[in-house]
Design a binder for this molecule. Sequence first.
Ligand code: NAD
Length: 352
Amino acid sequence: MEPVRLGLIGGGLISAKHIEGSKNITNGSLVSLCDVNPACQSLAEELKIPFFTDHRRMIDEANLEGVIDGTPNQFHAEIGIYCAGKGIHVLTEKPIAATLEEGKRMVEAVEESGISMLVGHHRRYYPPIRRAREIVQSGELGQLVGVSMLWALMKPDVYFEVAWRSQKGGGPILINIIHEMDNLRFICGDVAEISANARRLVRSGEVEDTVSIRFELVDGALGTALVTDTAPSPWSYELTSGENSDYFKTDQDCYHFLGTKGSLSFPTMEVWSHPHDREKGWWEPLMRRSEQIGYSAPFTAQLEHFCKVIRGDDKPVITAADGLMTLATTLAVLESAETGRAVAPQELLEKA
Ligand SMILES: NC(=O)c1ccc[n+]([C@@H]2O[C@H](COP(=O)([O-])OP(=O)(O)OC[C@H]3O[C@@H](n4cnc5c(N)ncnc54)[C@H](O)[C@@H]3O)[C@@H](O)[C@H]2O)c1
């Protein structure tokens, strides 16, 4: 079968990952590029594909089956809805949209048109994340009662030379914690309620540098996440998971999942439990089972999956509605930090 014809909108940082991914798949092929910045023409020339500066023209003229949207958040709704109107499938970068209102309009457009829209939460394609979900959902840990997440690292000074990163909306909650909330939802299920404190303990500017989050899952487990981007530490997804070789890799964990039959550390993937034939209790020895999970590139797997979904050979790992709930969960952290009250992501979504 012919490879799926894909168009890429946006020629920036994240698009480089999609371009790399497209070179490693056989069921899809990048056939056109669009960016409002004419300087990106040279990238299209390098890839030997046509270049457009208007996404509507590319969508109308390039005979596409799928679009990858790598533009900034505020364009996701307009582009996604335009694609839906033309019957073209979309892989939109995360977050699904800049606001819940826009995200809801995208979900409606997807439902009306019958296209598939995936949201680019690429960690869902990383084997250790998938395995953690399998272990938690298999019941091996028993009833999940607790989750502990740490996202602590030091952002370098140069990171803050880009002005918007010190302005409202540019802090770790919206930029980084959206990934943690998606991991949490993917592995453990939806979050019923969130309380958070966000502080600017060290840095100047308008954004938080340290956040504590308390949450309750719909299935009843309780959890916490401690977030700081101003402490050198080995305990973050970025530095532990090995997913992105740009980061220094440590051999530590960033998450712990606790159940009535056992516990799982991530990403060391150690399951701690009592032997089946022994009493359970704090006097009893615990046994440890470790798993080695091989590496495979999540952006490649994501694109391969997108093409399979377009051909009807796979069900979406993440739909538009699912991506919208991850955005609502992340905005619930922000709203709780701003108002001082507990916030339910579902209510936030209904109010939008
Ligand atoms: N999955 C991830 O881990 C991850 C990581 C980084 C960024 N992102 C997401 O990717 C998106 C883009 O981020 P980035 O860091 O690549 O930004 P970027 O600024 O590096 O690139 C965006 C590109 O889009 C172009 N553009 C802007 N408006 C356009 C339009 N209307 N039509 C065509 N081109 C347009 C810009 O000229 C620019 O080249 C954001 O939504 C961001 O949240 C995801």
